[in-house]
Design a protein around this ligand. Structure first.
Ligand SMILES: C[S@@+](CC[C@H](N)C(=O)[O-])C[C@H]1O[C@@H](n2cnc3c(N)ncnc32)[C@H](O)[C@@H]1O
Length: 256
């Protein structure tokens, strides 16, 4: 019987400054890192470069290599229904599991997956690794937490994400309207479309705390009454992208 492949799913926060000491120790204990490579037409994959920077800083003396796995194609058609969007993402994850499973079976040993932020939030590495197991590879899995984008957003704006004893609703830009319609009054939104495409009808008076490229090149923060600060958000997002070559944003909105 062959030994199980050890898999460490490591939350690395928003970059080298956020790597915890337990993740740093894990980075020195792995044999290789598996990562999807999203490079298209000669563009560099910024997230792959960010993973390399983390390895250089924390495991530079151990020659841990990144095994870049070309990312399977995903149906990115606009205006997919929620059901079709979820089916497209699911197919893509299963295709990734086939690719990752091949690498893990071929290489064995201890593999690391470096997850942006924390593995529990809008990241499918844990799910994909489960699919790899379903496909028949014997795995021993360990997950270590990292600092997530909403945490950095809260810290930068020096705020608590909810009022005393109150809830918070965490969702995606795609489902923001649905959350507002359902009566949510305190929402954190990730995986957002460009701000010009958000439908903000009826929430103009709400307060927004917005951040892009948190902890990374091009970091920008904006806060204020939504209708007043939207032009500043649009401009700050453009500037963040110009500085870094990529942009990711997260925001909290709250009813007054
Ligand atoms: C695929 S999810 C990964 C989230 C990650 N697992 C976490 O714990 O934050 C990517 C989304 O996280 C948010 N995000 C990730 N990095 C960010 C950053 N540096 N600044 C602002 N938002 C970020 C954005 O909403 C982005 O669309």
């Amino acid at each position: 019987m062959t030994a199980a492949v050890r898999v460490k799913i490591l939350g690395v926060g928003m970059g080298p400054a956020h790597v915890t000491s337990e993740v740093a120790a894990a980075l020195r204990s792995i044999d290789y890192v598996v990562a999807a490579e999203k490079t298209q037409d000669g563009d560099t994959d910024e997230l792959l470069a960010a993973r390399q920077a983390i390895l250089d800083e924390y495991a530079g003396d151990t020659a841990v290599q990144i095994v870049a796995v070309p990312d399977p194609k995903r149906d990115r058609s606009e205006n997919l229904t929620t059901q079709r969007y979820q089916a497209a993402v699911n197919d893509w994850h299963r295709a990734r599991a086939v690719e990752y499973g091949q690498v893990l079976a071929d290489r064995g040993g201890t593999a690391g997956f470096l997850v942006w932020g924390d593995p529990s939030l809008y990241d499918s590495t844990i799910r994909i690794v489960e699919y790899v197991r379903d496909l028949g590879t014997d795995l021993e899995v360990e997950v270590l937490p990292g600092i997530s984008a909403p945490q950095v957003l809260a810290a930068r704006h020096a705020m608590v994400l909810h009022d005393v004893g109150e809830p918070i609703h965490l969702t995606t830009g795609r489902r923001l309207r649905q959350a507002v319609a359902a009566g949510q009054e305190n929402i954190v939104s990730m995986l957002n479309p460009p701000p010009e495409q958000l439908d903000l009808t009826g929430i103009d008076d709400w307060t927004i705390w917005w951040g892009a490229n948190l902890g990374a090149t091009g970091e920008r923060l904006v806060s204020g009454r939504l209708a007043d600060v939207m032009p500043a958000v649009v401009e700050a997002r453009r500037a963040a992208r110009e500085d870094a070559g990529w942009v990711m944003d997260v925001f909290r909105v709250r009813k007054p």
